[in-house]
Design a protein around this ligand. Structure first.
Ligand code: ATP
Length: 364
């Protein structure tokens, strides 16, 4: 028996799913195609409909309308245990009175698989999550990260073709969380299962996913690869949600140009249509340009108002001469830090046209 070899991943298709509570749409006509073996995250603020979406996939929430397909099988009305879906929740939901082995074997019992097959499967599932030999340990003797891995082993033991995860790492501290993100990625590569992952942590979503669906008010407002979401947000909501972007109102000034206060900036991207346009400036993309006069860059001058040393980087706040406030992030290596001037000093900053990202105002 080998779980990694047996899992045959399958695509998921959600078509026009809606969940209404009275006149309120918790999920509002959402469609999504997830490819076999793909890792897709649902990312959005609290109340945006992520858990409702996952509930419809898992069978815990009945959609008001729309359908769900696993491969070519319509599972819209199938009960949860007949969906062939592994689920991992935020709070693990392990049985504290059972051993690790009994917890992991639970789905096999529920599916009435012959008992003689259990030990080999449990051994396999535990070694997949790097807990080989933990069968007889008690849940109460495990650390948070180990419990999380037991929950994962339990979700993969019956070789589900789709795994749903709802904020599975949110109870862990930062270090453990980052390690588990890497482990989950490796596990995904080994299993090649299709994974749909709910989080409100944008860093986590960008780190782990093949694609990220940004949700707001019951809708998917953009679905894209992490790089494209960061560099090509569709509107001001997505741009404000991803990365540390400052949104500044600009005016169109030609096919490639916008005006930011008194500065004319060139963008390598088309200026979006509409009256309300924002420049989305990511702190890490602003450059300190005191000793270059590269005419290619968009240059702006101002005064340093604050410098915050934050360990791996430093954050420098600048007020431009027209009053606009911006901040940049500078690596905290020796060269990076020596470029930073003290508070009150003049500084020239620059933005590459490729990093001059323009978005229309979100219309929802
Ligand atoms: P969070 O990140 O806080 O978990 P979420 O994005 O998962 O939020 P959902 O739990 O899907 O959001 O909820 C979406 C919306 O639907 C919320 O406004 C919520 O209040 C509403 N909602 C969820 N369940 C019900 C219910 N049973 N009755 C009425 N409204 C509900």
């Amino acid at each position: 028996m080998n779980i990694a070899k047996n899992i045959e991943s399958v695509g998921v298709s959600i078509r026009n799913a809606r969940k209404s509570y009275g006149a309120f749409h918790a999920l509002d006509d959402v469609s999504l195609e997830v490819g076999a073996g793909e890792f897709v995250s649902l990312l959005g603020p609290s109340g945006s409909g992520k858990t409702t979406f996952l509930g419809i996939l898992g069978g815990f929430v009945q959609p008001t309308s729309g359908s769900v397909f696993l491969g070519d099988r319509d599972i819209t009305y199938a009960p949860p245990h007949k969906r062939d879906i592994g689920i991992v929740f935020q709070n693990y939901a392990l049985f504290p009175h059972m051993s690790v082995g009994e917890n992991v074997a639970f789905p096999l019992r529920a599916r009435r698989l012959p008992k003689s097959t259990w030990p080999a499967r449990v051994r396999d599932a535990l070694s997949m999550v790097q807990l080989a030999g933990f069968e007889d340990r008690r849940i109460t003797e495990l650390s948070g990260g180990q419990r999380q891995r037991v929950a994962l082993a339990r979700a993969i033991i019956f070789e589900p073709r789709l795994i749903l995860m709802d904020e599975p790492l949110s109870a862990l501290d930062k270090q453990l969380r980052e390690n588990m993100q890497i482990e989950l990625r490796h596990l995904h590569q080994k299993l090649r299962a299709t994974i749909i992952y709910v989080t409100h942590d944008q860093r986590e979503a960008l780190t782990m996913s093949d694609r990220v669906a940004i949700m707001n008010r019951g809708k998917i407002v953009q679905i894209d690869t992490p790089v494209r979401l960061h560099d090509h947000p569709t509107d001001s909501f997505v741009a404000g949600f991803i990365g540390e972007a400052t949104l500044l109102p600009v005016e169109q000034a030609g096919a490639e140009y916008v005006k930011l206060g008194s500065y004319l900036l060139r963008s390598a991207h088309p200026v979006p249509p509409g009256k309300e346009i924002f420049l989305a400036v990511h702190a890490e993309k602003l450059l300190i340009a005191d000793d270059t006069d590269d005419g290619f860059l968009n240059r702006m001058a101002g005064t340093v108002t604050e410098v915050l040393y934050q360990g791996e980087s430093a954050r420098v706040f600048i007020q431009l001469d027209d009053g606009t406030r911006l901040s940049l992030r500078q690596p905290s290596n020796h060269t990076g830090l020596t470029k930073i001037k003290s508070v009150g000093s003049r500084m020239t900053i620059a933005l590459h046209p490729q990093d001059t990202i323009l978005v229309p105002k979100a219309s929802y």
